[in-house]
Design a protein around this ligand. Structure first.
Ligand code: MLT
Length: 263
């Protein structure tokens, strides 16, 4: 005999300035974000790399789903203007053949990106951004812009969704740790977690990482994304991406133009 349904949750007052956390894009549909603000977190490394490009003076970042889309966007832009364009991103964690830059935030220096358009594609990060396409506002978040991001959304009257990009179809702790740090800060600023437990899980993971030897940097190294990057010799990127507030800008993705710029 099937188990009976649980009783409905107790009625409670309407959540003020609601805060949702989604541990993986596949646990959501684009419609879930309608009318809300989405912070997309691919902490290792796409969010940090896009933020570095914007902080260091790139004209904009154009995120695309596939390598073919990136090449088509580059060609269309080159045909329409003389703006210098860089192709950036990764597949398998490394630079795509024929691209100018990989997905290391450390490569997106002012000297390299200032006044250039960066057309960018990564395995999970750019896909998560495009998954959020029905949101009213889409932002790019990570440890690198933790305080700037939480300050920017704390008092927004719209629902705020933190969307963790994951690694392919798996949940990644490296995205959940900065999500938890944002939850803690936003709750402290008066936002209210919605009833599901994803936000609570993220906050527990964050507090747990803070309390362990080696702290957050070590937890990021031990995460799925951290281990993958260490295996291909990119441990320095993990340490950089685990450091809070290195880049104090809030990149915003305007779907109509397809461009990410500084908010
Ligand atoms: C991604 O978007 O899949 C990641 O940023 C992968 C990576 O770190 O290169």
């Amino acid at each position: 005999m099937p188990a009976p349904d649980l009783p409905p949750p107790p009625t409670h007052t309407i959540t003020q300035r609601p805060l949702h956390v989604h541990l993986h894009p596949q646990l959501t549909t684009p419609d879930d974000f309608a009318g809300g603000v989405v912070i997309v977190i691919d902490a290792l490394r796409a969010s940090v790399t896009m933020t570095a490009a914007i902080a260091h003076g790139a004209t904009c970042v154009i995120p695309t789903l596939s390598v073919e889309d990136a090449l088509a966007a580059r060609d269309a832009l080159a045909a329409a203007s003389h703006t210098p364009i860089l192709l950036g991103g990764e597949r398998g964690g490394v630079r795509i053949e024929g691209f100018d830059l990989d997905n290391s935030p450390l490569a997106y220096t002012p000297q390299r990106v200032r006044d250039r358009v960066v057309v960018f594609t990564t395995t999970n990060g750019t896909a998560a951004l495009l998954h959020a396409r029905h949101a009213a506002s889409i932002l790019v978040g990570s440890f690198a812009n933790l305080d700037a991001m939480t300050d920017a959304v704390a008092h927004d009257p719209r629902p705020v969704h933190i969307l963790c990009a994951g690694t392919r179809d798996l949940i990644s702790e490296d995205d959940i740790l900065p999500a938890g740090a944002m939850v803690e800060r936003l709750i402290g600023m008066g936002r209210q977690l919605v009833a599901d437990d994803s936000g609570r899980l993220a906050a527990h993971a964050w507090r747990g990482a803070l309390a362990t030897p080696g702290g957050v940097v070590e937890a990021m190294r031990q995460s799925r994304g951290g281990r993958n990057l260490a295996n291909i010799g990119l441990g320095a990127d993990v340490d950089y991406c685990a450091t809070p507030n290195t880049l104090g800008v809030v990149p915003v993705f305007d779907l109509a133009s397809g461009r990410i710029t500084r908010r």
